[in-house]
Design a protein around this ligand. Structure first.
Ligand SMILES: [Zn+2]
Length: 138
């Protein structure tokens, strides 16, 4: 399976945008899991930093979430976070902290009036924008 796109159900997209909105002025973050390249679940996590520039989730919470994902027989497809005031472009810190090139990075930006969502593949501290395809509710 080619790992160059992400299929996104509309309800996940809306939840992601709403989650980011609800955490303003701080960054929000979470995980998206599913099968193949299709997102099936969204896992909203708490940014323990209360920062508008960075996010952090403790190991315990991450491990618990990963276990729940495994129980559903899904895989982590993407990590998402928000940029409350800046463009949806990975920062240097974002690139450094991204754990796995097989996992995509999603950034939702609230810089503009209409939130903007972008999907990236991160490899060796560089990023490449990927398409994500919206799918109506299943
Ligand atoms: Zn960021």
């Amino acid at each position: 399976m080619e790992n160059n796109k992400l299929i996104f159900p509309v309800y996940c997209y809306e939840e992601l945008v709403n989650h980011g909105q609800s955490q303003l002025p701080y960054e929000a973050c979470g995980l998206l899991s599913g099968r193949n390249q299709t997102v099936q679940s969204i896992w909203k996590l708490k940014n323990e930093l209360n920062s508008d520039r960075r996010f952090f989730v403790g190991e315990k919470t991450v491990n618990k979430t990963l276990q729940s994902i495994a129980k559903r027989e899904e895989k982590v497809l993407a990590i998402y976070h928000s940029h409350p005031t800046t463009a949806p472009i990975p920062s240097y810190t974002d690139l450094l902290n991204h754990p796995d090139s097989e996992v995509k990075m999603i950034i939702v930006s609230y810089k503009t009036k209409n939130p903007l969502v972008k999907c990236y593949r991160i490899q060796k501290n560089s990023y490449k924008e990927l398409p994500f395809l919206m799918e109506p509710l299943v």
